[in-house]
Write a new protein. Structure first.
Length: 343
């Protein structure tokens, strides 16, 4: 640790404010964290921004203490804890981190090695930083909750993906196209989002600003087998009950209030939650599965099977640029992922 400074630049917030307030995110200086036994100390080269960032900024007031957000990062390992087995100094890595630890919007960041992957060699740091949170969410939703099998190209059926031009939707579509034979129906409402969703793997597109059931029935008259709901579950549940086939399945990642889950009973439709932070939050015995998933994603990227979903790099990691990223995400009009590179 002798060549690592004692302090570092970071972007934090001290109280929950509207994004247009200059104090909603601030440039600051913080102590460099010390890695725990299973931790890597990473020099952060690039980050990506997700809706979880602004949701925490809006709802979790730190009471004046600086709180660092950011749960998508790529960088270089500069130190390791005493019990680290999977990485060494100099390794290039990418990861989403843990919700109950400081985020990665800082020059140095500590993260448990078990939830870290080796960065795809074919991608820049920014291109890689766009992938971890959404790749893990998509993989866990498809292959753990919905029970799909990777490489099961004879596994037929139809999958509906809401907000298919978003970060998660784009990864769900890519994985389904690359590793299954499912027909992917995506939802998108603007020409630019339709084009991006189609490029990411959606075969058919329907407009989520219009009633879904008749549009989906037009594409799939017999209904769909699976739904990956990234947004709109509360508004769409009745439509799902209409067009999801008997014994179909729904996995959702969005936040919503009470819903009439009983609508799904007559068709024995299964409903699953996917929350990428569950493993790290609850210290589950299989935390290392996330590292394995990220390494597999990296191999698929380097083989040209998957691609980054990075679409916009706002430049250096500063409070001004992060406020702009939050503003875009809060508008609901983001396409793919927003990244930033360097301090």
């Amino acid at each position: 640790m002798s060549q690592i400074p004692e302090t570092m630049p970071a972007v934090a917030y001290r109280k929950s404010l509207q994004v247009d307030d200059a104090e909603s995110l601030i440039d600051t200086t913080l102590p460099v964290p010390q890695p725990g036994p299973r931790d890597l100390l990473v020099r952060v080269e690039a980050i990506a921004v997700n809706p979880v960032d602004y949701k925490i900024r809006q709802s979790n007031d730190p009471g004046g203490e600086p709180k660092v957000l950011g749960w998508d990062a790529a960088g270089t390992v500069v130190a390791v804890g005493a019990e680290v087995e999977l990485f060494q100094v100099g390794d290039e890595v990418y990861y989403a981190g843990a919700l109950d630890r400081p985020g990665a919007n800082s020059l140095f960041h500590t993260v448990d090695e078990r939830i870290v992957g080796h960065k795809p060699a074919s991608l820049s740091f920014a291109e890689a930083a766009a992938l971890p949170l959404t790749s893990l969410t998509a993989w866990e939703g498809l292959f753990e909750h919905l029970g799909l099998h990777t490489g099961a190209l004879k596994q037929s059926g139809t999958l509906l993906v809401t907000a298919a031009a978003g970060g998660v939707g784009a990864m769900v579509s890519q994985l389904a196209r690359a590793l299954t034979s499912l027909t992917v129906i995506g939802t998108a409402s603007r020409p630019e989002t339709v084009e991006f969703a189609r490029r990411m793997g959606a075969t058919h597109l329907v407009d989520h600003r219009r009633p879904l059931a008749p549009q989906v029935r037009e594409v799939a008259p017999d209904g769909v087998d699976l739904v990956f709901g990234t947004t709109g579950t509360e508004q769409n549940l009745a439509a799902y009950a209409d067009f999801v086939k008997p014994f179909g399945q729904i996995v959702a990642i969005d936040d919503f209030g009470p819903v009439e889950i009983g609508l799904l009973k007559s068709k024995s439709i299964s409903f699953h939650w996917e929350f990428m932070f569950t493993r790290s939050l609850h210290r589950t015995a299989d935390q290392a599965e996330q590292g394995r998933i990220l390494n597999h994603i990296a191999r698929l990227v380097d083989a040209g099977i998957l691609t980054t979903t990075a679409t916009t790099d706002l430049g250096k990691i500063t409070a001004e640029h992060l406020r702009e990223a939050h503003r875009i995400l809060e508008s609901g009009k983001a396409i793919g992922k927003i990244t930033m590179t360097g301090f």
